[in-house]
Design a protein. Structure first.
Length: 322
């Protein structure tokens, strides 16, 4: 079985049970993204490839930790040797930090508004980076919205000013104002990710009341002007009710503007607990669409230095998982 097929099948399941030797140091806990508020996850790697799977003792997939990170993936009667990766924060090799763990918005697919998380102080964030600085190659920043989009932006800018001393590439993914790309670019941020989340305007307005789909597209266009090709990204959730044709149209629109799509399989939490995760077959079909769209515009996810496209744990990434 090729890696892309195996990973699609693992992502379609989304979880794994963990047994064997103690593995606390390999468990990642998230306050943002698909696993926010969950019971943790592990990154399993085979060679240069990796996948992130939530921990669930009832999962039909098992990882047996043999010790010191050596592990076996037990999947459909086959034992596949690999390793558990130690996370920096949130993912391996990066200090990927959620600044504000709460949000005033209530997007249907997101657990963060229900978690009542706190905002980290600049001192806390610096201490987090210090604790992993010698085993990470990047800093990635994401955040909810504590009071307003404008106030959150202002705080994130101050956080970044304090992180510049580390001389590491910094990636930022927040809900933007029209000025956010320019402000981040002036600070020397390496990459940005502004998430349109849904493949169509109709799905976005249904899933993200109070937010502007059109503004996100304007911000993405401006970001490409400033940061250039292979430095601007946008999450699109697979499984919100879009058709394959609608998903392909969205992918093509992003790539035609120089944006690399991050195609995230739906994690059915928050208001979408009645939804199903996308099937492995659908993930593979969309992966092929994604590959072709990127190639036609000369975009290369392998150039990503920060955030999700550099990590690859939660998504199928052309060029990295091919």
């Amino acid at each position: 079985m090729q890696w892309a097929e195996l990973k699609a099948r693992l992502l379609a399941e989304g979880s794994v049970s963990l047994s064997g030797e103690p593995a606390d140091m390999y468990i990642a806990r998230s306050s943002a993204g698909p696993g926010a508020g969950g019971g943790g996850a592990v990154f399993f790697s085979m060679g240069a490839h990796q996948v992130k799977l939530a921990l669930n003792p009832l999962s039909p997939i098992e990882i047996v930790h043999r010790g010191n990170g050596v592990a076996d993936l037990c999947f459909e009667g086959t034992i596949l040797p690999g390793r558990l990766l130690e996370p920096g924060f949130h993912c391996p090799d990066q200090a990927f930090i959620t600044v504000t763990g709460s949000c005033i918005f209530n997007c249907g697919y997101c657990s963060v508004p229900h978690l009542s998380g706190q905002r980290k102080s600049i001192e806390e964030i610096i201490a987090m980076v210090e604790s992993v600085r010698y085993r990470v190659h990047a800093i990635s920043i994401t955040s909810g919205v504590l009071k307003s989009i404008e106030e959150e932006e202002s705080y994130i800018l101050e956080v970044i000013r304090h992180l510049l001393v580390y001389d590491l590439p910094i990636g930022v993914s927040i809900y933007p104002t029209e000025q956010t790309p320019d402000l981040l670019h002036m600070l020397g941020v390496a990459e940005v990710k502004f998430n349109i989340e849904a493949a169509t305007y109709g799905l976005f307005t249904k899933m993200c009341p109070g937010l502007s789909y059109d503004q996100l597209w304007r911000v993405l266009e401006r970001s490409v002007e400033l940061f250039g090709k292979n430095r601007v990204f946008s999450n699109v959730i697979v499984g919100l009710g879009e058709t394959d044709r609608e998903m392909e149209s969205c992918i093509r629109r992003l790539t035609s503007h120089g944006v690399i799509p991050v195609l995230r399989p739906l994690n059915p939490v928050a208001g979408l607990t009645g939804f199903a995760r996308p099937s492995a077959e659908r993930l593979q079909k969309i992966f092929v669409m994604h590959e072709r769209a990127l190639a036609s515009e000369g975009l290369d996810p392998r150039q990503a230095r920060t955030m999700c496209t550099n990590c690859t744990g939660c998504d199928l990434v052309p060029g990295r998982d091919s």
